[in-house]
Design a protein. Structure first.
Length: 91
């Protein structure tokens, strides 16, 4: 029947419109979130310009004392020594 066809067409158009509205809402929310992040400036962006920093980026800068890896190594060594001491009957 011709009427059924029209109904289906209308339903499809409605579904399409609903989907579009949902997408637009999602995009709007995402845009707001993005703006909020940019306003807060918590992300490390200098005026929106992001530059990749290489591994040796801060070689010339004053090194921040000991690297994280070294600190972790020292911590592990200290932990091992402590464990050995605990196992030592003379301790």
């Amino acid at each position: 029947s011709k009427e059924g066809k029209e109904d289906r067409k209308r339903a499809r158009a409605q579904a399409k419109a609903l989907k579009k509205a949902k997408e637009e809402e999602r995009n709007a929310l995402f845009g707001e979130a993005l703006l909020a992040v940019q306003k807060k400036g918590s992300t490390n962006q200098k005026g929106g310009k992001v530059e990749a920093k290489g591994r040796d980026d801060n070689v010339d800068d004053k090194k921040s004392g000991t690297s994280r890896a070294m600190k972790m190594m020292y911590q592990m060594d200290a932990q091992e020594m402590e464990d050995r001491l605990k196992e030592d009957p003379n301790y």
